[in-house]
Design a protein around this ligand. Structure first.
Ligand SMILES: [Zn+2]
Length: 107
């Protein structure tokens, strides 16, 4: 997990608050298990309406270094947030819309 030198948000291009990288596996067309990594970012703008990210965003929005109590809460909040987002399926409609834009040369 990184909280500094984070990449820009893939959705809005603003700097993200943190990135988390974790093992992720899926099955390909022939049913073979493919192991890899998945990266999830926490964005101050894009994730503001996500209930799973609310507490974590609130904690990270305070300026200055984390207090010891906040630091203790941080790992639990990150775990809860990842548990909520890691198995979310991609939004099919959003993917189709992006593909259509890409095919139309807009991306
Ligand atoms: Zn964003």
């Amino acid at each position: 997990m990184r909280t500094s030198q984070t990449p820009p948000c893939p959705r809005c291009a603003a700097p993200v608050l943190l990135t988390a990288r974790y093992p992720h596996a899926w099955r390909n067309r022939s049913g073979k298990r493919v192991a890899g990594f998945k990266e999830t970012v926490l964005c101050r703008s894009c994730d503001v309406s996500d209930p799973a990210a609310g507490e974590l965003l609130a904690l990270l929005s305070d300026d200055g270094p984390l207090t010891p109590a906040a630091f203790e809460a941080f790992s639990g909040l990150v775990r809860d947030w990842l548990d909520a987002v890691r198995d979310r399926a991609p939004n099919r409609a959003e993917l189709d819309a992006q593909e259509a834009r890409w095919r139309a040369g807009e991306l």
